[in-house]
Design a protein around this ligand. Structure first.
Ligand code: ADP
Length: 396
């Protein structure tokens, strides 16, 4: 039976993939091609509990997809079950407000949105073209990180700058992590029936991090902007700050505005403040052994996350649920606790025992008895969402 989907997340230098079967519930094989376009690229397959790494002499995206195809041809049961391919696409601009079946117009649209995602969108378009070439006949679907936020009202998505920038250049807030937020909204409805008619705050905290307010199932505000730089402090991104800093940094270092922007994107955040690492786990270990820089970085991260949760909450009528997700949100009991400590004024509080003992990979309500808001940990699953969208679009 043809019911499995190849999910592809094609970045500029990496390509993650997975084959999901049984309505996206089972992962048959998954893996990642790394360091594409550079020396030392490789592709890793995880199958039946075993990891197999293959060095790639030709580190092109096409060669990575060819290896996936070759692997599939050696596993004909999986290959013959493929019904379609689902691609994650970072930026859909104002063109794409939901997932779509891919044709040439869609590829052109993805390329047109590349001005705001110059590293990601061209890589996605390339991945799609290669997949059409190597898997002729399989329908393909694009799932956009921005699409879920196309429900924002103009007073939320417009920047208070001269309007012609929006009219002529589409400069506005787009928001990201939309596939994760859509998954969380649906999953929450499964475990807290009626939440799709309520006010929900979500903190998606990974290496990239953002917050979202979901009002009756629709995104009403989110912290990321025209690019993922706005909003929270992240692994290496500064998040929101006074834009004058861009000019101060470029003058102080005698560098261009683009180079200063690069510092805000790649050398700031947890990494810039701690001067140790962008990785939350590494910083928690350093903090536990007494490193004050690591503690400061984590505490700043928590304070700014709380601030951006409160900020997007202004678009809700009530805060019925708060969900933590992403690698940090799902695993860091320390940060969940400090973030909620900052939200006391909103009557949001968690039970420290439940928080500290939360089992990995499971959905759990960790609110304290007197919290006004249900506080949840819910593992996100963007691949599942991509597979489900693909199944639904190719069946029509
Ligand atoms: P992204 O998808 O944005 O690359 P992830 O959602 O995978 O990121 O999250 C990565 C982050 O999650 C890293 O900072 C990592 O340290 C953190 N993380 C993962 N597991 C743990 C853990 N057990 N405790 C604290 N942080 C964790």
């Amino acid at each position: 039976m043809k019911d499995s989907i190849l999910v592809i997340n094609c970045g500029s230098s990496s390509l993650k993939f997975a084959v999901l079967a049984n309505a996206g519930q089972d992962t048959l094989v998954e893996g990642i091609a790394d360091r594409l376009g550079a020396n030392g690229s490789s592709i890793t397959f995880k199958f039946e509990g075993q990891k197999n790494v293959i060095e790639l002499e030709d580190g092109s995206h096409k060669n990575a997809v060819s290896h996936i195809k070759n692997w599939l041809s050696r596993h004909p049961n999986i290959e013959s079950s493929l019904a379609g391919i689902g691609h994650r696409v970072v930026h859909g601009g104002e063109t794409f407000s939901k997932s779509v079946l891919i044709n040439q117009d869609v590829i052109d649209g993805i390329n047109e949105c590349a001005q705001f995602a110059p590293l990601h969108n061209p890589a996605h378009a390339k991945g799609i073209e290669v997949a059409f070439e190597l898997f002729p006949g399989l329908p393909q679907v694009a799932v956009f990180d921005t699409a879920f936020h196309q429900t924002l009202a103009p007073e939320q998505y417009l920047y208070p700058i001269p309007m012609h920038f929006y009219r002529e250049h589409h400069f506005r807030k787009y928001g990201f992590h939309g596939t994760s937020y859509r998954y969380i909204s649906q999953r929450l409805e499964e475990i807290a029936s009626g939440s799709d008619q309520q006010g929900v705050l979500v903190a998606h905290l990974g290496n990239g991090a953002s917050t979202c307010a979901i009002n009756k199932g629709q995104s009403s505000d989110t912290s990321m902007g025209i690019t993922p730089l706005e909003g929270l402090m992240m692994g290496t991104r500064s998040g929101s700050l006074d834009p004058s800093l861009l000019s101060f940094i470029s003058k102080a270092e005698n560098i261009s505005a683009d180079e200063a922007l690069d510092i805000l994107n790649k050398k700031s955040g947890l990494l810039g403040v701690s001067e140790i690492s962008n990785d939350c786990r590494t910083l928690e270990e350093a903090m536990e052994s007494g490193d004050q820089r690591a503690k400061l970085a984590l505490d700043m991260f928590a304070a700014r996350t709380a601030k951006h949760l409160a900020s997007v909450a202004t678009t809700l009528e009530s805060i019925d649920h708060l969900v933590f997700t992403g690698g940090i949100g799902e695993n860091s009991s320390y940060l969940r606790q400090v973030i909620c400590n900052h939200l006391k004024a909103l009557n949001i509080s968690i039970d420290s025992t439940l928080n500290e003992n939360a089992p990995r990979g499971e959905s759990l309500n960790i609110s304290s008895k007197n919290s006004n808001t249900n506080v949840w940990i819910i593992p996100t699953n963007e691949e599942l969402m991509i597979a489900l969208d693909t199944i639904s679009l190719i069946q029509h």
